[in-house]
Design a protein around this ligand. Structure first.
Ligand code: 6PG
Length: 255
């Protein structure tokens, strides 16, 4: 395993606390340095505990929410009040509990036509980062540079909505795409590896024994189609821990 950092925590709660602490520390540093902190939230169930920890009394006060801008790494093609919505989960567990301005929330419009919504999101994201000036893009790539991208890992080695065998895995130019997932019989919106690769930090949050085999494949190479392995830094100045894997002991049981 090269170029990636791995930190193993005894419990899912400790993993969530560490992820929340990392978010809070990065946010404080980036808002102090450049007045803004941009983060893409992951979907699924794992990050919910991290959002709870982040909204909790001992952390929310440390985060300069006025300067924090939230994006989404992916979204299901449903409305913002649908129980399946990644935005709805983040609104319930985090956004509704902290003092972040509404204009700082950049949700993917899952309720719109997938192709149009993907293009609209890419335009909104690109426009936002262009407005930031030079710090807005990754050195050497010209691609919008999020400060932090949280990522999950599926048992089939998918991340974001980059599922094995789907069209989005082949995308090398666009930053946000619509992606049909045959196994689910549904459309998704997802950031592409090109966009994530420009981020300052990419942090996988992996919890539970059901992810153990996928984690081995994602970290060690191994056989087969593992979309999580497409997440690689394209920056000229990547951190040593890029990507950083925050996992619990159950997920790490086969390492
Ligand atoms: C989604 C996520 C997806 C998720 C993994 C893990 O929209 O579902 O973006 O990539 O991170 O499926 O999901 P769990 O955390 O629920 O196991």
């Amino acid at each position: 395993m090269t170029g990636a950092g791995l930190r193993v925590y005894d419990t899912a709660e400790e993993l969530a606390a560490a992820a929340a602490g990392l978010f809070a520390d990065l946010a404080a540093a980036e808002v102090e340095a450049k007045g803004v902190f941009t983060a893409a939230l992951s979907g699924g169930s794992t990050p919910g505990m991290t959002y709870d920890a982040l909204a909790g009394p001992d952390r929310a006060g440390r985060v300069p929410w006025q300067g924090v801008h939230l994006f989404w790494g992916d979204e299901r093609c449903v409305g913002p009040d649908d129980p399946e919505s990644n935005f709805a989960m983040a609104r319930e567990r985090l956004i509704s509990r902290v003092d972040i301005p509404g204009e700082n929330i950049h949700r993917m419009r899952g309720e719109d036509h997938p192709a149009a919504s993907a293009r609209r999101y890419e335009e909104e994201l690109t426009g936002f980062f262009t407005s930031l000036g030079p710090p807005g893009s990754a050195p050497g790539t010209g691609v919008p540079a999020l400060d932090l991208v949280f990522l999950g890992l599926g048992a089939d080695c998918h991340t974001l909505s980059l599922f094995p065998g789907t069209a989005a895995l082949e995308e090398t130019e666009r930053l946000v795409v619509e992606n049909y997932i045959p196994r689910l019989g549904s459309w998704r919106l997802t950031m592409t590896p090109r966009l994530v690769g420009a981020a300052g930090s990419a942090v996988f949050l992996v919890s539970g024994g059901g992810k153990a085999e996928a984690l081995v494949r994602a970290l060690g190479g191994g056989e087969g189609d593992c979309p999580a392995r497409l997440i690689r830094s394209s920056r000229l100045d990547p951190d040593n821990d890029w990507p950083l894997w925050l996992v619990d002991r159950a997920a790490a049981r086969l390492l």
